[in-house]
Design a protein around this ligand. Structure first.
Ligand code: HEM
Length: 382
C-alpha cells in the first residue's frame, strides 16, 4: 500500500510548492496548512480504504466533503456527550445545520462504500474494504452486514483523516516557530537522504529520530483527540486513586490534560523535542541534557493514540504518513512562518484564558479537532 501513500505525498509536495514565482526560486504565497494537510490525509485514506483517492489535493471541487466531516464530528461530540439529544431527534431542531451536514456525510460515506462494493475483488488493491468485505465470522461463517460496513466506513473516514492532518499541521506550526528545532530536523533529513525518492518507510526514516521527536512533541502539545475519550464504568464499579466510582458512571481524562501535567512534562507549554531523546541538549535551555529516566517518564504518560484494547489501530500508518510527508517537505523546501500574515492557528492575549498563548496551536474539540492554519511559505531548497 505504500505506493498509494507516496503518490499522494508527491502530489502534496508539488502543490505546496506552487506559486513561487516565475523562476521558482522565491517563496510561495502563504499556504494554510490545516487545509493542505486535510486534503492529503483524505486522499490517502480514500486510496487505502476505498480503492481510489478523493483527489482533493488537485481538485478544489472535491473538497466539499471536508465540511461534512466537520459537521458530522460536531454532532458526534454533542450526541455522544448527551445521547438523549440524538435519540429523540432534538439535534434536527436545535442544531439543524449540524444535523443536516451529518446526514449528508452519512450519504457521502455510504456512496463511497457502494462504489467500492461494486468493485468487489476486481481490483489489484488489498485496501481496507478488500478485507472487510471478505471477512467471515470463524464460528458462524457470516460476514459483516451492510449497516455494519457503513459504520466502518463512517468511522474510518473520520478516524483516519482528521487526526493525522491535525498532527501534521501541528508539527508544521511548531517547527516554523522554533528555529533551532526546524534547523535540526531539516539538517537531519538532508543528511540522511541524498534523493527525495529514497524517503520511504524504512531504515532511513527510522534514523530521523529528531524529526520523530518533533512529531511526538507536537502531538503532546496539541493532541488530535484532545478531549475526553469517554468510558463507562462496568458492573461492580471501579476504584481510581482511592475513590470508588459506581457502575454506569462515564469517566475519562482529556489527553490534553495528561500531556500538560508538569510531573511528566516539565515546562509543559514549551515545545521541546529534546525531551524525547536521552542525551540531547535542550534547544532553549543551555546546558541541561535529557536523561533516560526523564524520557521514560515522558513516554509513560504519552497517549495521543489512546492506549489499551480500544487504542488506535492506525498508529503505524499515521506515523508512516506523517514522517514521509514531513521528511519529503523538509528535503525539498525551506519553510517559514508567513511574514505579515495573521495566522489563525495562533493563540492571542486578547482571547479567552486558555487560548491566550501565541505559541500554542489552537484546536477546537469536536471529538477530533477543528483547526485553521498555520500559514506557511515554501521555497525550493537552495
Ligand atoms: C495522528 C494520527 C492519529 C491519531 C492521533 C489517532 C488517535 C486515535 C485515538 C485517540 C483513538 C481512540 C478513540 C477512543 O478511545 O475513543 C483512535 C481510534 C481509532 N483510530 Fe486512530 N488516530 C490516528 C490515525 C488513524 C488512522 C490513520 C487510522 C486508519 C486509517 C485510524 C483508525 C482508527 C480506528 C478505526 C479507531 C477505533 C479503534 C477501536 O475502537 O477499536 N486512526 N485513534
Amino acid at each position: 500500500m505504500e505506493r498509494y501513500v507516496l503518490a499522494n505525498v508527491r502530489s502534496f509536495c508539488e502543490q505546496i510548492g506552487m506559486g513561487a514565482g516565475d523562476n521558482q526560486k522565491g517563496w510561495t504565497p502563504a499556504k494554510n496548512m490545516a487545509d493542505w494537510c486535510n486534503y492529503l490525509a483524505m486522499d490517502i485514506l480514500g486510496d487505502l480504504c476505498f480503492g481510489k483517492a478523493f483527489h482533493m489535493l488537485e481538485r478544489p471541487d472535491n473538497r466539499y466533503a471536508l465540511e461534512l466531516v466537520s459537521l458530522a464530528t460536531t454532532r458526534h461530540l454533542i450526541c455522544g456527550t448527551m445521547p438523549i439529544v440524538g435519540k429523540l431527534g432534538f439535534d434536527k431542531v436545535l442544531f439543524s445545520k449540524i444535523a443536516a451536514g451529518r446526514a449528508k456525510y452519512m450519504a457521502y460515506s455510504k456512496a463511497q462504500l457502494t462504489e467500492r462494493t461494486k468493485l468487489g475483488d476486481e481490483t489489484d488493491r488489498r485496501d481496507f474494504f478488500y478485507y472487510l468485505l471478505k471477512a467471515r465470522d470463524p464460528e458462524t461463517g457470516v460476514g459483516f452486514t451492510t449497516p455494519e460496513l457503513w459504520g466502518e466506513s463512517n468511522l474510518l473516514i473520520i478516524a483516519g483523516s482528521d487526526t493525522t492532518s491535525t498532527a501534521m499541521a501541528a508539527t508544521f506550526f511548531y517547527l516554523v516557530r522554533n528555529a533551532v528545532a526546524l534547523q535540526k530536523a531539516t539538517s537531519e533529513v538532508r543528511g540522511v537522504f541524498s534523493d527525495v525518492e529514497k524517503i520511504t518507510q524504512g531504515a532511513g526514516l527510522n534514523l530521523c529520530t529528531y524529526l520523530r521527536a518533533c512529531v511526538d512533541e507536537a502531538m503532546r502539545m496539541s493532541p488530535s483527540v484532545g478531549g475526553i475519550p469517554p468510558r463507562e464504568v462496568l458492573q461492580g464499579g471501579i476504584t481510581i486513586d482511592g475513590e470508588h466510582i459506581p457502575q454506569g458512571t462515564v469517566v475519562g481524562t482529556p489527553h490534553y490534560t495528561i500531556h500538560h501535567n508538569a510531573a511528566y512534562y516539565p515546562d509543559p507549554f514549551t515545545y521541546t523535542p529534546e525531551r524525547w531523546i536521552a542525551g540531547s541538549h535542550k534547544s532553549q535551555g543551555g546546558e541541561r541534557v535529557t536523561t533516560s529516566s526523564e524520557v521514560e517518564v515522558a513516554q509513560s504518560a504519552f497517549c495521543p493514540f489512546s492506549i489499551g484494547p480500544r487504542g488506535c489501530i492506525g498508529k503505524g500508518l499515521a506515523y508512516q504518513e506523517m514522517m514521509t510527508t514531513l521528511a519529503r517537505t523538509l528535503y525539498l523546501y525551506d519553510i517559514r512562518k508567513a511574514p505579515g500574515v495573521v495566522d489563525p492557528g495562533e493563540g492571542s492575549p486578547q482571547n479567552e484564558w486558555g487560548r491566550h498563548r501565541v505559541q500554542e496551536f489552537q484546536l477546537i474539540d469536536q471529538f477530533t479537532s477543528l483547526k485553521d492554519g498555520p500559514m506557511i511559505e515554501f521555497r525550493k531548497r537552495i
